[in-house]
Design a protein around this ligand. Structure first.
Ligand code: NAP
Length: 275
């Protein structure tokens, strides 16, 4: 089975559009992008397009790459104060000279629709999430849409980043799964991965996950976005692994669209809390 994140996200966006219409609210998202990395610019454009589609207003703050941490903090402070702005999305990564932690920590937790602020990550860890990071939350929504049971499942996650691996583990723990997190120092990664009922890869290496690493019948979620011979591919060798897995996400059209839909949902949630 192909887990079609594009179709599920379209359905969620339509529902959200209706909800926003009925609410009488006009949620607003501010995106902050530093520098002109083409991939980051493309992600921000996609987020603005999704806003337009569901009835969320959006503004884009563009800051040149030779900026300072203080300058970005000023922009964030302004957005924090602006009562017309419900959500702030800081497009990562920031240039090397910037203290990324200080900038993330400056976003007001009530507007932290990306869920990266330590308070939001802490709430998620404590089992009482307010805003959860969009990619792992989108994966939970995708699994729920396909009625793939999570409670009691063995979930193995490759990657321990703050935006994917760690919050994914927390969301899965909160949903009663049994979790293993793997990373570059994991001793026998294939053996760990073969235990998975649900295997989630967020490593960032093309064709990193091969069929020998997948238990027959496992559900495989591919978070990776990589370029291979001019094509966009995930971490999973899709054509080979789909023969072993019971369900699998494609790249593109799997996790990516779910991430954007979740950002829209988080922004509406922020607006309802502020109204
Ligand atoms: P990241 O911060 O670079 O983290 C990569 C993780 O993979 C790290 O924890 C690293 O381990 C681990 N890793 C690297 N090589 C490994 C190896 N040989 N064996 C086991 N683990 C290994 O990346 P990220 O931000 O989580 O993103 C991961 C991928 O997902 C990227 O391709 C990114 O573009 C994509 N992504 C997609 C979406 C989406 O919406 N679809 C959203 C976010 C990210 P260490 O911690 O030990 O270094």
């Amino acid at each position: 089975m192909i887990l079609d994140g594009k179709t599920v996200s379209e359905k969620r966006l339509e529902l959200l559009k209706e909800e926003i219409g009925e609410s009488g609210l006009y949620p607003r998202l501010a995106t902050v992008i530093v520098g002109n990395d083409p991939a980051s610019q493309m992600y921000v454009r996609m987020k603005h397009r999704a806003c337009e589609r569901v009835g969320i207003g959006s503004i884009g703050i563009e800051i040149p790459s030779d900026t300072t941490t203080e300058k970005i903090l000023e922009s964030i402070a302004k957005l924090n104060r602006d009562t017309d702005i419900n959500g702030i999305l800081l497009q990562l990564p920031l240039p090397g000279q910037i203290d990324t932690d200080r900038v993330i920590n400056a976003v007001k937790t009530e507007k932290d629709v990306d869920g990266f602020h330590p308070t939001n990550l802490g709430l998620l860890m404590s089992g009482k999430p307010l805003f959860s990071p969009c990619t792992p939350k989108g994966i939970m929504n995708l699994l729920a849409d396909y009625r793939i049971p999570v409670a009691g499942a063995r979930v193995v996650i490759a990657g321990r980043s703050i935006d994917v691996g760690r919050p994914m583990a927390a969301l899965m723990t909160n949903a009663d799964a049994t979790i293993t997190i793997c990373h570059s120092r994991t001793r026998d990664l294939p053996a760990e991965l073969r235990n998975a009922d649900i295997l989630i890869s967020a490593v960032g290496k093309a064709h990193f996950i091969t069929p020998e690493m997948v238990k027959p019948g496992a559900v495989v979620i591919d978070v990776g976005i990589n370029q291979l011979n001019g094509k966009l591919v995930g971490d999973v060798d899709f054509d080979a692994v789909k023969e072993v897995a019971s369900a699998i996400t494609p790249v593109p059209g799997g996790v990516g669209p779910m991430t954007i839909a979740t950002l829209m949902e988080n922004t509406f949630f922020a607006a309802t809390r502020m109204s």
